[in-house]
Design a protein around this ligand. Structure first.
Ligand code: SAM
Length: 185
């Protein structure tokens, strides 16, 4: 009898967003967080911390499910030094994504780092690998989305345990199913 095919194991991904400017660019960092969550990362480290943004993303998690969290970080170098896996710095100066993806898919734990307006120079040598998503300037949101897609693919409906809202896909219009919580909230 043919053996059932096992799904390949995918790395556990954490994202580190450097150079967030609380109160100045909340939309851009919010989009980094939404993309990280929707495309299968487990956690976003946010430097510097922004409790308001973390609370807004947590409200998204409570409504739409899954286990994503935003954790504020004051000392990003410590996070990088202590991370128990491969450090992937996204930068247009790095090696081509398609070249390194096969190796990264075999990792157990990945820390994917995206910068802001100015990236600290130390990061280039602290990273296990500097990775470019095309060798043109673009956005941290675009570079992160493409990297997560190549590494993990878009998560299916099974990824969103505990959701109170799920979308019923339709050709036109909008259908959302609301699942009441046990407390009846
Ligand atoms: N000028 C900044 C610098 O010092 O490198 C980069 C600013 S860019 C708007 C913000 C972030 O987007 C970068 O830190 C990087 O993480 C990501 N990024 C931009 N273009 C990229 C590319 N082609 N490949 C990978 N990441 C990229």
């Amino acid at each position: 009898m043919p053996r059932p095919r096992r799904e390949p194991r995918r790395p556990a991904v954490t994202v580190l967003r450097l150079g967030h400017r609380p109160g100045r660019d909340p939309r851009l960092t919010t989009h980094v967080a939404l993309v990280a969550r929707a495309l299968g990362a487990q956690r976003l480290y946010l430097e510097p911390p922004d409790p308001g943004l973390a609370a807004r993303i947590d409200a998204v998690r409570r409504a739409w499910g899954g286990a994503f969290e935003v954790v504020g970080v004051k000392d990003w170098k410590r996070v990088v030094r202590e991370f128990p896996g491969t450090i992937v710095h996204l930068t247009m100066y790095g090696q081509a994504l398609e070249r390194v993806v096969p190796r990264l898919r075999r990792a157990k734990e990945l820390l994917i780092i995206v910068g802001g307006a100015k990236v600290p120079g130390d990061l280039y040598r602290m990273a296990s690998v500097n990775v470019a998503v095309g060798h043109q300037p673009q956005s941290e949101v675009g570079a992160l989305a493409l990297t997560l897609d190549r590494l993990l693919g878009v998560p299916g409906p099974g990824a969103w345990a505990g959701a109170h809202r799920t979308i019923v896909p339709t050709a036109r219009g909008k259908r959302v199913r609301t699942i009441p919580s046990e407390a009846g909230a």
